[in-house]
Design a protein around this ligand. Sequence first.
Ligand code: BES
Ligand code: MN
Ligand code: ZN
Length: 502
Amino acid sequence: MKISCRKKIAVDSKKDAIIIPVYKNIRSLKNITGKKIDDELQNIIQSDYFNFDEKESKSFYIDVNKKLKKIYIIHIPKEKGEARFYMELGAKTASIFKKDKISSFSLISFEDIYNEKKDLYITKAFLEGFMFNDYTFDKYKSKKSPEYFFEAEIITAMPKMKKYIDENTDRWNAVFTNINIMKDLINTPSNYLNPYDFTEFVKNNIADNVECIIWDEKEILNNNMNLLYNVGKGSVNKPYFIQLKYKGNPESDKNIALVGKGITFDSGGYSLKPASSMAHMKDDMAGAALMFTLTKLISELNLKININTYIPLAENLIGANSVLVGDVITSASSKTVEILNTDAEGRLILADALYFATKTDPEIIIDAATLTGACVVALGPYCAGIFSNRKFLSKQISDVSYEVSEDVWELPLYADYEQGIISSVADIANMSSFTREGGAIHAALFLKQFIDNYPWIHIDMAGPAYLEKSHPVFGKEATGFGLRLLYNFLLTHYSEGENERH
Ligand code: BES
Ligand code: MN
Ligand code: ZN
C-alpha cells in the first residue's frame, strides 16, 4: 500500500473516497476537512438518517466543487481506546473498500480528531489493520481475485503528525511486505514448498548484506545434527539447515540468535496423526518463515544489530527409512534422546539448532515454533504461549505484545515437571510421561535442555500462526503472527541507536 501524508484539507482530495472518523457531538472539522465538507458532514450526522448507535459505518456522496465525492463516516468512541480497536476498524474498512471497489482514499488523521499531540498510535493502528486485510492467496486458483493497489493519503493539520507519517511509511511498508511473504510461505502447499524449495526461496530473496549458509543432508550429518537428520530421513525430500548472518553493528560482538521450526509437512511419522489433525500441517514451518522474514526485514532496514538465524528444515513422513518409535539418537549437543513419539518432531529439530545457537555467545536466543496442540488447548487459537528462563524477558515481550496487539501469555517452566521427560534408556525422552497434561510445558522443558542457560524466549505459536476460524484483524489461514512482535521487541531492546518504536 502506498501511504502519503498531506497537510490539510480534505476538500482537495483527488482520491476515490474520503474517510472521516466521527463521534457524537464532534466539534466542527472545518480546519481539516474544509468548510464545504464540514457543512455537509454536520447535515448528515445531525439528520434522523444518521444514528450513532449503529455499529456500521456509512458512506455518502456529497457535492464538492460540483463533483460528487464519496465519503465514509466511521464511528469512533469519544475517548480514544486501545490500538486493537483501530486495527479492527482498519481491517473492516479494507473489506468494505474491496467490495465497493475503492482503491485510493484520503483519511482524516485520528490524532487530529482526538486532538492527540503526543501518543501517535491510532492512525498507525488503523493502517496496520487495513494492511493485514490487504492480502489474498490465489496463486493456485485459475480465477484470480482482482488485484488491488491501495493508496492511502493521511490528512492532518498537525506538523508533528505529518513528520511522523513521512518518516515511517517506508518502514511500515517493509514490515507488511515481509508479513505477506511470511503468509505466502505458510499458505504454500507442501508439494510446492519442501525443505529444498524453502532454501531456494531464502537464497533468492535475502539481501546481499546477509550471509547465507545452507547445509544439506551430508553436512547435517558431518555436524552431528542427528536429530534433524533422523526427523527428515523418512522422506525423499531430504532435510536442510540454513544459517543467516546479518552484521548490522560490526563494532559490537553482541549478537542475537533466532531459531525457527521448519517442518514443511508434519504427518506425525509412525506416530501418525489422525486425518483431521493433519489437515493444515503444511503450516508447520511457520516459525521458520517468521525467523527468515524477520531477518530479511531487519537487514532491509539496516538496523544496528547483529543477528544469527538458524532454520532447521525437514518433512516428517512415514517411509521405509523413517525414524522409529523407541530409537535413541545422539543430538548435536551429544545428549542422547529417546524418540517416544515421532510426532514430537519439532523439539528434536529445534534441539540441534538451539545447540548451534549457543555457540556465538548470544545476548538472547529466541525460538518460534508451531510446537504443541496442547498450547492451543491452553490458550485458544489467537494467543501464543511464551516461556523464558529470565523473568525480565517474559515481562518485556509481554509488554511489546500488548502494544502490537499480537497476544502472548506466559506459561511456566516448572522444574517439577522435568521428571516427565526422563528416559529409562537415554539422557532424555522427546515425550512426557504426563502424556497430554501440560504438553506445551514439557515441550519447552525439553528445549531448555539445549540452551546452556543462555537468556532465552520460546514462543509456541501453534495457535495463532494459522487460523481456521477467522480473526477480525488477522483473518484466517496464515496470519503473519509474530513478525511485528519480534521486530518491535528487537528494535526496542536490542537495536543500537534507534530504540523508539515506529
Ligand atoms: N506440529 C505439531 C503441533 C501443532 C498442533 C501445530 C496443532 C499446529 C496445530 C507438533 O509437531 C505435534 O505434533 N505435537 C504433538 C506433540 C505430542 C506428540 C507430544 C502434539 O501437540 O500433539
Ligand atoms: Mn508433530
Ligand atoms: Zn510439528
